[in-house]
Design a protein around this ligand. Structure first.
Ligand SMILES: O=C(O)CCC(=O)C(=O)O
Ligand SMILES: [Fe+2]
Length: 306
């Protein structure tokens, strides 16, 4: 693993080992882990504790923000047994809310656990800086200017957090924590609880566990970067499995374009040898198609293929 603190590219031609490694991982796996990222471990621990405590409150304490309505910016939902169902679809509960600009929504966030608002405020700030750094490294991997991807992903990006809580499951064979899916947006920074395995990524048709590495973040490419890179970087299927013994918590911080942004392959990456694989579209169209395919093994990018 290259040193994340080493200076990234200074020359226009030679890519630093760090940029090369990230680029290779984005091509081969669509996933990689980073360490020595500069985010204080103590802050990450406080964040994960706050999320865990939130989910371990009595469910009545979450009832006021519990909803299946996706248009609600702050909401808790679960996939536990509903009336009329004979099988649990997914063994998890999720809490989602925007993470930037923090001041616009902080009043909607939980008052309990009491430190939640303060901790997510601090966490969002450092994740914002890390996100920019990663987008810059990924841009360089594509041979682009450092700020290219960020500019292409557009102004006023849509920045959402999703905390996932997976209680111990009496029979992990019977259900998944989170079904196989791909991340719709641009880039995801995921924190997993140390010591509990659960995340799996598909590689050559097989599910591979992404073991939690101490103080690491898992980074993954979303659909929009796959499209912008004209298929070079991959947005791959992943899922979470459960276990019998211990609850598991993960926190995904998503960076997506806003609905009006026009997404398509970056012109510099298209030539005779690499014809455009996707048409241009408004991100809103992509979201609509993504929702339309809900409940199926989605094939959303394919709809925008040329
Ligand atoms: O729990 C995990 O590790 C996976 C979470 C995830 O993929 C997501 O929130 O999109
Ligand atoms: Fe995901």
């Amino acid at each position: 693993m290259a040193d994340y603190n080493s200076d990234d590219d200074k020359s226009d031609r030679v890519l630093s080992p760090l940029v090369q490694e990230i680029s290779q991982a984005c091509e081969d796996y669509g996933f990689f882990q980073i360490i020595n990222h500069g985010v204080p471990e103590n802050l990450c621990e406080r964040m994960m504790i706050s999320v865990t405590e939130f989910f371990q409150l009595h469910h009545e304490e979450r009832a006021h923000i519990s909803s299946n309505d996706r248009t609600k910016p702050v909401r808790v939902s679960n996939f536990y047994l509903k009336e009329g169902q004979d099988k649990v679809t997914m063994w998890s509960e999720t809490f989602s809310h925007p993470w930037h600009p923090i001041d616009d929504f902080i009043h909607l966030l939980p008052k309990n656990p009491p430190q939640y608002r303060e901790v997510i405020g601090a966490y969002a700030k450092v994740i914002g800086a890390l996100m920019n750094r990663l987008l810059s490294l990924i841009s360089q991997g594509l041979g682009l200017e450092k700020d290219f991807l960020q500019r292409k992903l557009g102004e006023k990006p849509s920045l959402n957090a999703q905390a996932n809580y997976y209680p111990p499951c009496p029979d992990p064979e019977l259900t998944l924590g989170l079904a196989a899916h791909t991340d719709i947006g641009g880039l995801t920074i995921l924190r997993q609880l140390e010591g509990v395995t659960g995340l799996q990524v598909i590689k050559d048709g097989k599910w591979v566990a992404v073991e939690p590495v101490p103080n690491a973040f898992v980074i993954n490419v979303g659909h929009q970067i796959q499209v912008m890179s004209n298929g070079r970087y991959k947005s791959v299927h992943h899922r979470a499995v459960t276990n019998k013994q211990r609850p598991r918590v993960s926190l995904a911080m998503f960076y997506s374009p806003n609905k009006d942004t026009i997404v398509g392959p970056i012109e510099d990456l298209v030539d005779e040898e690499h014809p455009p694989l996707y048409r241009n579209y408004h991100y809103a169209e992509f979201i609509e198609e993504f929702r339309r395919q809900e409940g199926t093994r989605r094939r959303v990018k394919e709809v925008f293929e040329i």
